[in-house]
Design a protein. Structure first.
Length: 172
């Protein structure tokens, strides 16, 4: 991946890149930082209408989170395909604390979506949020949603809320 190609994709001149970034590594680090920044997904989750039925709120959340994770995968995949296999140019890597803080913020955003239905849930919203996020991450690791038999965001929300049995209490 050349800086010229990056500039063309961004619709700018290559010289413009080097007015902002010292070198290609700094540019690529900025791309990764922007892709993994949790603020984007947190803002998107905050826009989900809390008046919607819970299944619709969770489906919107799953759609947004899936798109966010796919963007991260696309950026990281493009960098890997270009031959860049090392970390940031300055050697600094995101810390476990950074990852934990991002995960905690994401879980708290999902808890906010669950909160209006707290009394209807069998588990505390914090545990439901953890199950939801875990299911979503596992689904995304297995392939794109809906493909290869993996659940769509709506199916994930439905199974989380209603289980996998056709009728509650029925024998599998």
């Amino acid at each position: 991946m050349t800086t010229g190609r990056i500039a063309r994709a961004a619709g700018i001149g290559e010289a413009t890149i080097f007015r902002v970034f010292a070198d290609k590594d700094e540019l690529l680090d900025a791309c990764v930082a922007e892709a993994v920044d949790p603020d984007h997904i947190l803002r998107e989750l905050a826009t989900v209408d809390l008046e919607l039925p819970l299944a619709e709120r969770l489906t919107e959340a799953a759609d947004a989170m899936s798109a966010h994770l796919e963007r991260i995968g696309a950026v990281v995949g493009a960098l890997f395909a270009s031959g860049r296999r090392r970390g940031r140019a300055d050697g600094e890597q995101p810390t476990q604390h950074d990852r934990d803080a991002s995960t905690r913020a994401l879980r708290e955003a999902v808890v906010e979506l669950l909160e209006p239905d707290r009394e209807a849930l069998r588990l505390p919203p914090e545990k439901v949020a953890a199950l939801f996020i875990g299911g979503l991450f596992a689904q995304l690791r297995s392939g794109s949603s809906g493909e290869d038999g993996s659940p769509t965001p709506a199916e994930l929300a439905d199974v989380l809320l209603h289980g996998v049995l056709k009728q509650p209490g029925s024998r599998p």
